[in-house]
Ligand binder design. Structure first.
Ligand SMILES: NC(=O)c1ccc[n+]([C@@H]2O[C@H](COP(=O)([O-])OP(=O)(O)OC[C@H]3O[C@@H](n4cnc5c(N)ncnc54)[C@H](O)[C@@H]3O)[C@@H](O)[C@H]2O)c1
Length: 356
């Protein structure tokens, strides 16, 4: 099969880590007889420098014409003083909305070989953890009415959270379908003791659950979920939650894995096209030094194989190669222990290619 992949390398370490993931996809393509065609587009700070805007129309057109999009990261100090609507990060919101991506999937797991890097106590993660955060991406308070007005105590600001049944249903279906392919457990996170949107969320999730009798569903209040993630992360399989709760909890989940350089993500809509990217930013502090960890972007490529192209065996192959490299002691600087020799980004890519 042939697949067209749009590359949006972005800024900072973006180009280094995307090049690593491309090398891995090419290797997997050769092994399993697929052709991946890559075409690069500008977004973020590099697009501002070249065209004056963070998301040029040709990038949107190129991504819409592709089978899927692999993104590095955007932003950096050079563009920090620009005003909100022309900042590099606008490119991310623009791409998500133009591609109609309402689901964000963020897996977070503890690699046994890196258990020592986990900031939690050894007994807390004795049984490891392997969870999938399913976050609603285009609704809720980040997209509701907002403004300033005169209030009871003088000037005030407000943001509104709104969720429709349709928005909750479609994200719930994603979570239940994902759980069917995992350990069959969904925990739905809300704040139903306070928020009306959460009560609708809870009702709707349970109604959708009736269509998935092989999956168990449990509700958890968001404050409790924040605590449970550091108390016993092994209890979670799939977590489904709103845009804002997911934003916060997924960063918390990422921190307990040991390094932000390991975590991939997928943003999906109704079709098969998705936007795949590491969860980290452009890491300007290490850009160009060869110290970037390419694993998050390589695993984002594996998620693309699985979720957009239906190539589960090929995705497994990439994930196993990463596991093997880590088990064999390959370490970039972010995950190196005292006395470990740190590999460069390119050396880590080579180590993974050798294990495919
Ligand atoms: N999706 C995105 O494109 C995205 C996400 C977050 C931040 N950003 C942007 O990135 C820039 C830097 O943001 P930040 O410093 O807050 O977050 P960051 O994720 O770029 O970096 C945080 C820390 O983690 C380290 N780090 C990140 N990725 C790494 C990797 N692959 N390997 C090794 N170490 C890694 C960095 O060196 C840094 O010390 C900002 O302009 C921010 O707006 C972009």
């Amino acid at each position: 099969m042939e697949y067209n992949i749009a590359l949006v390398k972005g800024d900072g370490i973006g180009p280094e880590v995307v090049d690593g993931a491309v090398a891995v996809l090419e290797e997997v393509g050769e092994k399993y007889g697929h052709t991946f065609r890559f075409k690069s587009y500008l977004a973020g700070g590099c697009a501002i420098d070249a065209t004056g805007v963070p998301l040029p129309p040709e990038t949107v057109e190129g991504c819409l014409a592709s089978d899927s999009v692999l993104l590095g990261a955007v932003g950096g100090p050079k563009w920090d003083t620009l005003s909100g609507d022309v900042r590099p990060e606008r490119a991310l919101l623009g791409l998500r909305s133009k591609l109609g991506l309402y689901t964000n999937l963020r897996p977070a797991k503890l690699y046994p070989a890196l258990a020592g890097k986990c900031p939690l106590r050894a007994e807390t993660v004795a049984d490891g953890f392997d969870l999938l955060m399913v976050r609603e991406l285009t609704g809720g308070i980040y997209f509701g009415d907002r403004g300033r007005r005169d209030g009871k105590y003088g000037p005030e600001a407000y943001d509104t959270e709104a969720y429709s049944v349709m928005e909750i249903e479609r994200i719930a279906h994603v979570a239940f379908a994902a759980a069917q392919k995992r350990r069959g457990k969904v925990i739905s996170v809300d704040k139903a003791n306070v928020l009306e949107t959460s009560r609708l969320w809870r009702e709707t999730v349970h109604r959708v659950a009736e269509q998935y009798p092989d999956v168990t569903v449990r509700d958890m209040l968001v404050d409790n979920a924040a605590m449970q993630l550091v108390r016993w992360p092994g209890q979670f399989d799939v977590i489904v939650t709103t845009n804002m709760f997911g934003d916060i909890l997924s960063d918390e989940a990422s921190q307990i894995t040991g390094s932000i350089g390991l975590l991939p993500s997928a943003s999906l809509g109704d079709g098969t096209r998705g936007l795949y990217e590491p969860i980290h930013g452009s890491a300007p502090d290490i850009a160009g030094t060869g110290r970037a960890d390419p694993i998050a972007t390589i695993l984002s490529g594996a998620m693309m194989l699985r979720y957009s192209f239906g190539l589960g065996t090929e995705a497994d192959c990439v994930e196993k190669a990463v596991d093997k490299a880590l088990n064999d002691g390959c370490r970039t600087a972010d995950i190196a222990g005292p006395g470990d020799e740190a590999l460069s980004c390119g050396q880590m890519v080579r180590a993974i290619l050798d294990r495919i």
